[in-house]
Ligand binder design. Structure first.
Ligand SMILES: [Zn+2]
Ligand SMILES: [Zn+2]
Ligand SMILES: [Zn+2]
Ligand SMILES: [Zn+2]
Ligand SMILES: [Zn+2]
Ligand SMILES: [Zn+2]
Ligand SMILES: [Zn+2]
Length: 1741
């Protein structure tokens, strides 16, 4: 391929390029007689020589070069020609003269935020771009925010899209705006118009030809290149069948490229729809093609590959550029835009569908994705922005609708890249939709097209779907987009009807009824008896269809409700469709006659339990809906003569819905168990909020309609018959017989009776639909909310989910919620909740029709509890229902009809005997409810009685009549009042009897009416308190259970352990006794002269140390902590940390002995504070390991902890741990009697000791005289190992764990770095805890939780003893090197400079390593004075360090007004430094500022040192430091035995320190870093915080939408993810940004954690609104984001779209988690709690 490449270089960079003049070319073209011919001549030569010249090593550069060449040689002459002058100037002029239309038309990018106003938008598809939104009135309204899926544009400026506020500030039309009717073309110079016509025609035609061009090797006439090269492309096309992996794998094989190239190819194919994967001669390309086809054809149809001639590809490429160019040019001028529209829509000579736009549309499905995107974009910029042409285009689109949809069905691309997706832009404009409906019969077209594509029918012509496979779902999904279009058309109801519209709408309705007829009776079921069904029948497709159509059905009803004529006609047509469906229903068999309570009726011979029954009855339900509308609009009462009421046969109307309801009842009764899950699912969806409006609800309405038109006795008898219960109520014997024969049957019958009574209750009391009852539309929603909240308080989103949405995605919730509920804000966790207002409790209806059985019992329980708490009786009587509309008024008669009284009487009489399976509580409860309803009705009528009116309702007297075989209902009730087995119903019966007597009184006093009000008092607070208490005791219970479980396990273990180690056990008991006696004399003598408490140095006070007894959490045994006893350990977790890091680009530290002050990487240790015997822990850990091995054999995958890396969960609290810290006793006590040398003397001795050690280490070979060995310093001394082997073993365990985490490799315990790392984790942990306390403004001492306190104490003690486990010389060498960094030592080289050391680390290391030197000293010098001297030395060094790096800017302060001593001394030291370093450090004359700077800078060091010595020496902290408050400088200094003017340290030892300071300053690295080399750390180091987040979440979305993937040249990232630690935006969860870390491919987030957070990361996934925690490669979890909506809820996944705002408390909580190093623990707990998290491939995020 090399040859081809060099050819190209010469061709393009040749003279042609340089000599070309766009201006001259344009002039020549202008003069030509045949413009097209001239342009083609140019194109046919230039295009193949400029574009698509084969593969390039530098893809990006090649693209840029092509871009440039194309602009210069091809587009520039066109611009000259069009504008007649220099293009930039010409375009500027054009824009100036343009008066743009007020449409914004901003086209959305993928992921860009869009806004819709829930108050003003005509429909939810009307959206604004962010800029327009912020400048609009809707900002203050209730708005919804979503992220765009790409495509679509901003509707700002479209008056039809907004009920108000259609214009933002920017797009508000001014007076100079042209009239929309005026032709913008008229404003352009005529010659330009003429030129633009011809240029646009030539270019658009050229582009259309090229994009629809099929031959692979030839070009259209006039474009064949003069000399045709033998170069081809192997072009790979996108499909939706093959996965990324398949394509990548195939490409690696077929064109032998690297994985990385293959990924890049695959990414481009996915984005652009095609990509050339090989370039060369025909043979060469054909070869690859066949490999690809062969490799991908196995499971599915092969990938599409074509071998195309390079010149064809080049022209297609230019065609796209030309389209984009035209799209840009027309942005400058509305006139040019219109010209282009005219060109595009002009009919060609072939007539129909011959315009260029038609050709593009009709070839849409044949084009590749990239081409489609570009021409769709052009359509949006041109036709859709010009109101006149938008209409013409819409008509063309509607005319071709069926064909476009059919093409789309065949095509496998996503809908967003299909031209059919433009329907949303056209159909949602109400006037346009109406016009298309009238002129193009759009509604009918869409429905017919839809029906055509659903081909599966059974013999009766009903839909019958195959098994619902993925393939099916895909196809079906495509068909459903048609329903979407229908929805657009219907979304806004017409305010005015024309005759034409009526005709077309009714025509559409006919088509729709045809569709519903195909659904009526779909998927019938027959009860399975005997054996189980073999295969679950298909049901999902039918329900999906129903669900999708739900809104359409509702919308059609809404349309009907706006016009009387349409409503009547629709009712008529629906009825005739129904009778068509009913054809054959009553025929055939003889009806059966039923008689009961003196009434008789005939009914069909049919049993649900034995014959076919279907849940799908859309025709019946539509009729029910229309019936309600007749009532609501009062059409029924005004035009009864125009209604086909005579054709209605009520028993026929109710027949099918009743069957369906009975089916549900029978399923509940367990009669359909053998029919499997598919039926259960169908029943579930039938009642579900997504379907019920047009299913269950309408069936109830149909029964109400039927019952209101029938004799109530007949209705109830039919009901009894359908429920197959007639025989039970028609003769008492039958019932007895059944009860005795079969328990199952009798139970079934009981449930059926319950269900039937419930249904009757619903038929009578569900009146909250306007049209059935006399209610306002919002009463319905309010009632839904009320019943949801009577179950428990709920969050906003839960309520939204429980309510049905209308076509506008609104539930009406917001309008009423505040009237029924009060809102409680959430805390830092949880969400805001709505609680029902007490005054609404009286509206609670236990038999609310949307309660599931579970809801019902929960609500009942909650309500009864509430009433008990309020000291009320527990009766839950029916609420007063609203009055019925006239059409349904006769429904109330059901309550007092004879059959009803007989049914109720029967149940009440059964209840007299305690239930032996013969009746149920629920049955009785329902009957009592019905009685209550009847009494309420009567009372209501009595109250509303109006003079002469007669009260028709006379229930109270009817219930005094005795029944056929029983007493009167009233007497039954009276006798039921007291039996003990009816205790629960007592309150309700009492309520009923009271009502009866009330009514009696009312009837007696006919004139006056006294209403019964049953007072209700409420106390919601109490229930909250109760709940809290319950929750607490539940948690305590759980904890106790867990403890008991562990104890049982462990005591088993323990027994085993004791028997095995009898000897050891006895011995340790003896030890224990021995130590307790030795402990008595540890109290320190009181010290005169030490007035305050001090933690370091000779004056320090030791805490009275009683022996430390601890309890093992595993065996519950107590044990003293001793160096020689059984080792006790603390569960601990070690992790790398960058929380304090000031330098995130820092690489691994190769010199671990010195910590750089940037603290770029530390090792943090934490513990849950739980203590175990080392042996108990080992046992436990081994058991965990074993279990894990077994588990891994069974199922692969990860657990929440990584056993191989030593991780385990604390057996008590399940906290993630990866090692244990051995507990060590407090070691050295204060030796007050011994010598305390001065600093000078100590320095001298120490130097001598070091010299002696040097000598020993070089075996006396070093030159020079024999050094003086100080007295009592014994080089040959070997200290006794102070610990038992068990303690030593644990010391090694911990050491190696730290080593492994820190250096990511296993160590041997002799490695000299081992002690250093232990010291380092002690120092780092102290430092980070100091910062935490500071940030949270907590006192330095006394505020740490126990677990941290224990952890620090054992960590410090351990690190002070760890040198004993290493060879003595190791510790010596470390001390010598550390000491040399402060005090010059000629034998130590490469000491780091003062600016390259963190002083606190230096202090800790040198204090801890000094013990090893001190152990050789037998002279009796105290180690305490050495500690103090070291502290003082390091402090001075730190002061110097701070002064060197201070950035005091000169501020003129009055200095003469008495500078303090401290300020003076500070100036002196500073000036000394300036003497050494000169002008490298700035001149500062204000001592005040310097000393302030020093104090602030040294404070964290002092605080950390105080913590460190406190734990090291077990001193009591002074009282002053136990309280939070302003800096307690004095107390701190005195605790550390330092002067409060720290500079005195320098002053008093001036002569000793001077040489040291000299040397520090003259270290070469000091000068160079002060002169600006590398990162300079200043003090105090500012604590790291998580990045600032914007208050408004959409700012983030917007930011992320413009973020492009850094790897794939300008591509939008699919999952932009923000690092909360450093603020980097990453392209997560995507192939393009995978990198290799430690031999594994990881996603951008994981890769980033390794550089930014030492393997741990906190991210915000912007599109998901989700916080992501990642630790290592295998662990992670999602965490609630710190953004909440106004209802106090997060919106993970951004599904609801409520505006989100930053909750800073929650963000601070996340930040604290990070600073406390608690993220890994959170992940551990989350993964333990939710096993699915374990399965996620976190490393690919
Ligand atoms: Zn806009
Ligand atoms: Zn705007
Ligand atoms: Zn608004
Ligand atoms: Zn134990
Ligand atoms: Zn624990
Ligand atoms: Zn990427
Ligand atoms: Zn970062």
């Amino acid at each position: 391929m090399a040859a081809a490449q060099t050819d190209r270089e010469t061709a393009s960079s040749g003279s042609e390029f340089l000599n070309f003049s766009a201006k001259d070319t344009a002039a020549r073209w202008l003069a030509a007689s045949d413009l097209q011919q001239e342009v083609f001549v140019h194109l046919c030569r230039a295009v193949p020589s400029l574009l698509c010249l084969g593969p390039s090593t530098e893809e990006r550069r090649a693209e840029q070069r092509e871009e440039l060449a194309c602009q210069l040689m091809l587009l520039a002459p066109l611009e000259w020609l069009l504008l007649g002058q220099e293009p930039t100037a010409g375009l500027g002029l054009l824009q100036e003269g343009n008066q743009p239309s007020p449409l914004c038309g901003h086209v959305f990018k993928v992921g860009e935020p869009t806004y819709s106003c829930r108050e003003c938008a005509a429909d939810p598809t009307c959206v604004l771009c962010m800029e327009c939104f912020l400048g609009s009135v809707h900002k203050e309204h209730r708005y919804r925010m979503t992220t765009s899926g790409g495509g679509g544009f901003c509707d700002c400026g479209d008056a039809e899209a907004w009920k108000k506020g259609p214009y933002c500030h920017k797009h508000t039309p001014t007076t100079t705006h042209r009239d929309s009717e005026e032709d913008p073309v008229a404003m352009l110079p005529p010659d330009m118009v003429a030129r633009s016509y011809s240029i646009f025609s030539i270019l658009l035609k050229y582009a259309v030809d090229m994009l629809t061009w099929q031959p692979e090797d030839t070009l259209p006439p006039g474009l064949e290149p003069p000399e045709k090269a033998d170069t081809f492309y192997c072009m790979l096309f996108n499909d939706e069948v093959h996965t990324y992996e398949q394509v990548i794998y195939t490409l690696q094989k077929a064109v032998s490229c690297s994985q990385k190239e293959a990924v890049s190819f695959a990414t481009t194919v996915d984005r652009d729809g095609r990509k050339s994967v090989r370039y060369g001669d025909y043979q060469f390309c054909e070869q690859s093609k066949s490999v690809i086809v062969r490799n991908t054809s196995r499971q599915s149809k092969p990938l599409r590959v074509e071998v195309m001639h390079s010149s064809v590809v080049a022209h297609q490429c230019f065609a796209l550029k030309a389209l984009s160019w035209m799209g840009q040019i027309i942005q400058y001028s509305d006139g040019l835009r219109r010209v282009l529209c005219q060109v595009g829509l002009q009919k060609g000579p072939e007539g129909e569908n011959s315009s260029l736009v038609d050709q593009l549309m009709l070839n849409d499905s044949k084009m590749w994705k990239g081409a489609r995107n570009i021409y769709h974009q052009l359509l949006m910029n041109s036709l859709l922005m010009d109101l006149k042409y938008k209409k013409i285009f819409a008509i063309q689109f509607a005319k071709n609708y069926r064909r476009l949809q059919t093409d789309f069905m065949e095509d496998d691309h996503e809908r967003v890249v299909s031209v059919t997706s433009l329907s949303v832009q056209l159909f949602t404009v109400p006037t346009m939709a109406r016009m298309l409906m009238v002129e193009e019969n759009l509604m009918t077209t869409i429905i017919r097209t839809f029906v055509d594509h659903l081909r599966h029918r059974d013999l009766q012509g009903r839909f019958q779907f195959d098994r619902y496979t993925a393939q099916q779902a895909f196809k079906f999904g495509r068909v459903q987009s048609l329903i979407g279009d229908l929805k657009y058309v219907l979304i806004s109801r017409p305010s005015e009807w024309t005759d034409q519209l009526r005709i077309k709408f009714l025509e559409g309705l006919d088509a729709f009824l045809e569709l519903l007829k195909c659904m009526q009776g779909m998927d019938p079921v027959v009860r399975q008896v005997g054996q189980h069904i073999e295969m679950e029948p298909e049901w999902e497709a039918a329900f999906t269809l129903q669900m999708k159509l739900t809104h359409i059905i509702s919308m059609i009803q809404e349309w009907c409700s706006t016009d009387e004529h349409v409503l009547i006609e629709a009712y008529r047509r629906c009825l005739s469709a129904l009778s068509h469906c009913h054809g054959g229903l009553p025929d055939g068999e003889q009806p059966i006659s039923l008689s009961l309570a003196g009434h008789a009726v005939e009914s069909f011979r049919y049993q649900v339990s034995q014959e076919k029954v279907s849940i799908h009855l859309p025709v019946c339900r539509l009729l029910a809906g229309l019936h309600v509308l007749l009532s609501r609009t009062e059409v029924a009462s005004r035009f009864p003569e125009r209604l086909p009421l005579g054709e209605l046969s009520p028993p026929l109307l109710i027949e099918l819905p009743l069957r369906c309801l009975v089916l549900c009842a029978q399923v509940h009764a367990g009669m359909w168990r053998r029919n499997g899950f598919s039926l259960i699912n169908q029943i579930y969806y039938y009642h579900n909020v997504k379907c019920r409006v047009e299913m269950f609800d309408k069936d109830v309405i149909m029964l109400q309609a039927g019952a209101s038109m029938m004799d109530p006795n007949h209705f109830l008898m039919i009901l009894l018959n359908r429920f197959e219960l007639f025989h039970i109520f028609s003769s008492t014997d039958a019932r007895r017989r059944y009860r005795d024969i079969n328990k199952d049957v009798s139970q079934q019958n009981n449930t059926l009776i319950e269900e039937m009574l419930h249904l009757i209750i619903m038929v009578i009391s569900e009146r909250y639909l306007s049209g059935v009852g006399q209610v306002e539309p919002f009463d319905e929603v309010r009632r839904e909310i009320l019943h949801q909240l009577s179950i428990r308080p709920m969050a906003h989103s839960e309520l939204v989910k429980a309510l049905p949405e209308n076509g506008n995605k609104e539930t009406g919730l917001e309008k009423v919620i505040d009237s029924v509920a009060s809102f409680k804000k959430p805390g830092v966790t949880g969400r805001g909740l709505y609680e029902l207002r007490p005054d609404w409790l009286k509206h609670f209806n236990l038999y609310f029709h949307h309660f599931s059985r579970a809801d019902q019992s929960k609500a009942e329980e909650a309500q009864r509890k509430l009433r008990r708490q309020n000291g009320q009786d527990t009766a839950l009587p029916p609420p007063l229902p609203p009055p019925l509309c006239p059409l349904f008024a006769s429904l109330v008669n059901l309550l007092q009809c004879d059959v009803m009284l007989s049914v109720c009487g029967a149940v009440l009489s059964w209840a007299i005997e305690p239930s032996g399976g013969g009746w149920t509580e629920s049955m009785l409860q329902r009957v009592l409810h019905l009685v209550g309803l009847a009494l309420l009705e009567e009372q209501q009528q009595l109250e509303n009685i109006d003079g002469d009116d007669e009260v028709t309702f006379n229930y109270s007297s009817k219930i005094t009549r005795p029944g056929e075989s029983t007493g009167s209902i009233l007497s039954l009730l009276e006798s039921l009042q007291n039996p003990p087995h009816l205790e629960v119903h007592k309150d309700m019966i009492t309520w009923i009897l009271k009502m009866v007597s009330n009514i009696k009184t009312m009837r007696e006093l006919t004139s006056a009416s006294s209403s019964v009000t049953i007072s209700q008092r409420h106390g919601p607070e109490e229930s909250v308190r109760d709940r809290d208490r319950a929750e607490r005791s539940r948690k305590a219970d759980l904890a106790r259970q867990r403890r008991e479980k562990i104890m049982v396990q462990m005591s088993e273990m323990q027994k085993h352990f004791i028997s095995q180690n009898k000897e050891l056990f006895q011995q340790s008991m003896e030890d224990l006794e021995a130590s307790s006696s030795a402990n008595a004399n540890s109290a320190p003598p009181s010290q005169p002269g030490c007035v305050s408490q001090v933690c370091v140095g000779p004056c320090r006070m030791a805490r009275v140390n009683p022996r430390q007894l601890v309890t093992c959490i595993l065996c519950q045994e107590e044990q003293e902590v001793k160096g020689h006893g059984r080792a006790m350990v603390l569960a601990a977790f070690i992790q790398r940390s960058t929380v304090l890091s000031k330098n995130r680009t820092h690489t691994e530290n190769h010199q671990p002995l010195f910590m750089h002050p940037d603290l770029s990487l530390g090792i943090h240790t934490a513990s849950c504070g739980h203590i175990m015997h080392a042996t108990c822990w080992q046992r436990y850990f081994e058991a965990v390991q074993l279990k894990e091995q077994r588990r891994q054999q069974r199922l692969r995958g990860h657990t929440s902890y990584d056993v191989e890396n030593g991780e385990f969960l604390c057996p008590l609290c399940e906290c993630l741990s990866n090692t244990v810290i051995p507990l060590l006793p407090h070691t050295h006590s204060v030796e007050h009697s011994v010598d305390h040398p001065s600093l000078g003397a100590w320095l001298k001795t120490t130097n001598q000791q070091i010299a002696a050690l040097h000598r020993k280490q070089t075996d006396g070979l070093s030159e020079g005289e024999e050094p003086v060995v100080p007295e009592g310093f014994r080089l040959d001394f070997t200290p006794q190992p102070p610990f038992s082997s068990s303690v030593n073993e644990m010391m090694t365990t911990f050491s190696l764990s730290v080593y492994k985490v820190a250096l990511k490799t296993n160590a041997n315990d002799q490695d000299p770095r081992v002690p250093v790392l232990l010291w380092s984790t002690a120092a780092y942990t102290v430092q980070s805890i100091e910062r935490l306390l500071m940030e949270e403004e907590k006192p330095l001492f006394g505020s740490l939780p126990c677990r941290q306190d224990d952890c620090l104490s054992s960590l410090t003690r351990f690190s002070s003893a760890c040198w004993t486990a290493a060879p003595l010389t190791t510790a010596h060498t470390h001390f010598i090197r550390l000491f040399a960094a402060l005090v010059p030592d000629s034998q130590v080289e490469n000491s780091p400079s003062l600016l390259d050391m963190d002083m606190f680390h230096l202090l800790v290391y040198s204090v801890l390593s000094y013990s090893s030197v001190h152990s050789l000293d037998q002279s009796g010098v105290s180690v305490d004075s050495a500690h103090l001297h070291l502290l003082q030395l390091v402090t001075v060094a730190h002061l110097v360090q701070i002064l060197l790096t201070s950035t005091t800017e000169e501020v003129c302060m009055d200095q003469d007004s008495g500078a303090s001593e401290e300020e003076e001394f500070t100036c002196q030291l500073y000036n000394t430094l300036r003497e050494h370093l000169g002008s490298v450090i700035p001149e500062v004359s204000s001592g005040w500022q310097l000393s302030r700077c020093v104090r602030a800078g040294v404070l964290p060091f002092l605080r950390s040192a105080a913590l460190f010595f406190h734990y090291l020496n077990s001193t009591e902290p002074p009282d002053d430091l136990l309280v939070a408050g302003p800096v307690q400088w004095e107390a701190l200094c005195s605790f550390l035995s330092l002067p409060s003017n720290l500079l005195q340290l320098h002053q008093t030892n001036n002569t000793l320190l001077e040489p040291l300071i000299h040397r520090w300053c003259h270290h070469p690295a000091v000068r160079s870093s002060l002169e600006g080399g590398g990162v300079m750390v200043r003090f105090p180091r500012e604590s790291n915080r998580l990045i600032e987040l914007p208050e408004d979440y959409s700012v983030l979305i917007n930011q992320a939408s413009s973020f492009t993937c850094p790897r794939s040249g300008g591509d939008k990232s699919r999952a932009p993810t923000l690092c909360l630690v450093c603020g980097s935006m990453l392209c997560s969860q995507s192939y393009c940004c995978q990198t290799e870390v430690e031999g594994e491919d990881v996603g951008a987030c994981t890769a980033h954690t390794f550089t930014c957070g030492a393997g741990l990361g906190l991210f915000l996934r912007v599109r998901e609104s989700q916080v992501l925690f990642v630790a290592g490669k295998t662990k992670g979890c999602f965490y609630p984001p710190p953004y909440l909506d106004d209802y106090g809820e997060t919106d993970q996944g951004l599904k609801r779209g409520n505006p989100l705002h930053l909750c800073s408390d929650r963000y601070r909580k996340i930040e604290r988690l990070w600073r406390q190093h608690g993220v890994a623990e959170v992940i551990g707990h989350a993964q333990e709690a939710n096993q699915t998290l374990v399965a996620i491939d976190w490393q690919h995020l």
